[in-house]
Ligand binder design. Structure first.
Ligand SMILES: Cc1cc2nc3c(=O)[nH]c(=O)nc-3n(C[C@H](O)[C@H](O)[C@H](O)COP(=O)(O)OP(=O)(O)OC[C@H]3O[C@@H](n4cnc5c(N)ncnc54)[C@H](O)[C@@H]3O)c2cc1C
Length: 383
């Protein structure tokens, strides 16, 4: 695929990420899946090579490069199939850090951003609560001003990087009387060692076993009032702006993992024989493989145009909402068919497709569900 933005420097960077994945990630993925976590050491190694938050301005320790470098990291990590790293880094570099870059004060940026590039600081974002996910504006966690501090109470769940995070951007209600609801939402930066911030259970998931996902509890948790990110009551607005990039990186993951699933399935189906022939050669199966290749290629073309538009600073809200639901549903269709083509072996842990089938399921849920994407689109289409 010809990428207009892709330069020789991007190519050099891509090769070094690839080498890193081959040496440090691929050989350890099965162990990390078993151990249900990735050691911090890997984050430090990524930081040393400039793979964490490459887009952060140089003044705060980053490389100040374009979003294309983040795309490269996301693609190589997605294809490594190690969700502990791919999802963890995606949330850190491309979802949470941009909040600080765009809305943080100089003091907040100086305090946090340099550590984000070295791996000394891992970031998380806390929006979802036990009683509210899609309907974000109805969140119940509160932050009450008390002198020059905020006192925070509430609970968050399903938080990626929840156990390992050093800082979290927390969505809270600062004005319980605000009408409409969303106008009472603010974002506050909470360090992991803040009194009253309790890291709860590491959640046991259907897939993405190496990825750290947790419940977080805030009991009279106190932070200085200058840890407010942006202005009071503007939290929902900031979230909505940044969610477009979050959805785009989920799209990148979906297409890359679909390509990977097809690649391993083609190899398997060509070498596995039944009735004296490769299973790929039966017309039904070859048509399935052709259909998947077609959907993936069409998805890839759409994704490339989304990346390009985003890098040009265009508003991608409508098209990324389309991409988020369609590409993640497509990746799940591909997972189903690829596992089917593996027969019984597809159901065995020794075969990669077994894990990918599980891991990919969440993509239609995180970052806004398929139904929420369609809801956004129905509004945009005036339906
Ligand atoms: C592995 C994992 C990692 C996650 N990481 C994070 C994280 O780091 N930070 C964070 O804040 N959150 C995170 N989440 C939470 C995720 O964003 C939510 O699960 C998601 O937004 C859906 O919310 P919910 O689970 O409460 O589902 P609900 O909102 O309860 O929805 C249940 C079902 O109802 C449907 N539904 C809801 N409203 C409508 C409607 N109006 N019309 C039609 N259908 C509707 C939904 O699409 C869904 O199918 C993570 C979740 C998972 C599973």
């Amino acid at each position: 695929m010809n990428r207009t933005w892709f330069t020789e420097d991007h190519s050099i960077f891509q090769r070094s990420v690839r080498r890193f994945v081959e040496k440090e990630v691929r050989p350890n993925t099965d162990t990390w899946e078993e151990e249900r976590g990735v050691p911090r050491d890997v984050w430090h190694k990524m930081g040393e090579q400039g793979f964490l938050c490459p887009c952060i301005p140089e003044a705060y320790g980053g490389s100040g490069v374009d979003f294309g470098y983040s795309v490269i990291v996301q693609e190589e990590l997605a294809r490594s199939t190690c969700t502990g790293i791919s999802t963890g880094v995606r949330v850190h570099s491309d979802i949470v850090v941009p909040y600080l870059v765009e809305s943080g004060t100089e003091e907040q940026k100086d305090m946090i951003l340099p550590g984000c590039t070295t791996g000394d600081i891992i970031m998380a974002i806390g929006m979802t609560e036990p009683d509210c996910g899609s309907d974000l504006a109805s969140l119940r966690s509160t932050a009450r001003k008390a002198g020059d501090t905020y006192v925070i109470n509430g609970q968050k769940t399903f938080i990626s990087n929840g156990i390992n995070c050093d800082w979290i951007v927390l969505a809270v209600r600062t004005d319980p009387d605000a009408v409409p609801d969303y106008k009472g939402v603010s974002l506050i930066l909470i360090p992991a060692d803040a009194p009253g911030f309790i890291k709860g259970r590491k959640l046991r998931k259907m897939g993405m076993h190496s990825q750290d996902t947790a419940e977080l509890i805030f009991e009279d948790c106190r932070v200085p009032s200058n840890y407010l990110l942006g202005q009071e009551g503007r939290g929902f607005h900031i979230l909505m702006q940044n969610l477009q990039q979050e959805r785009l990186v989920v799209c990148i993951g979906a297409v890359n993992i679909a390509e990977k699933m097809l690649e391993i399935t083609l190899e398997y189906a060509k070498s596995r024989t039944a009735f004296g022939k490769p299973v790929s050669s039966f017309q039904h199966n070859s048509f399935k493989l052709v259909e998947m290749a077609t959907e993936i290629e069409m998805g890839r073309t759409f994704l490339e145009s989304l990346i390009e538009d985003h890098m040009e600073g265009k508003d991608i809200t409508r098209r990324v909402s389309m991409g988020k639901w369609w590409l993640t549903e497509m990746a799940n269709r591909v997972a189903y068919q690829c596992l089917q083509l593996h027969g019984g072996y597809g159901y065995m842990e020794e075969y990669l497709i077994c894990r990918l089938y599980r891991d990919v399921r969440v993509q239609t849920i995180v970052g806004g569900t398929t139904e929420i994407m369609k809801r956004i689109l129905t509004k945009m289409m005036g339906l």
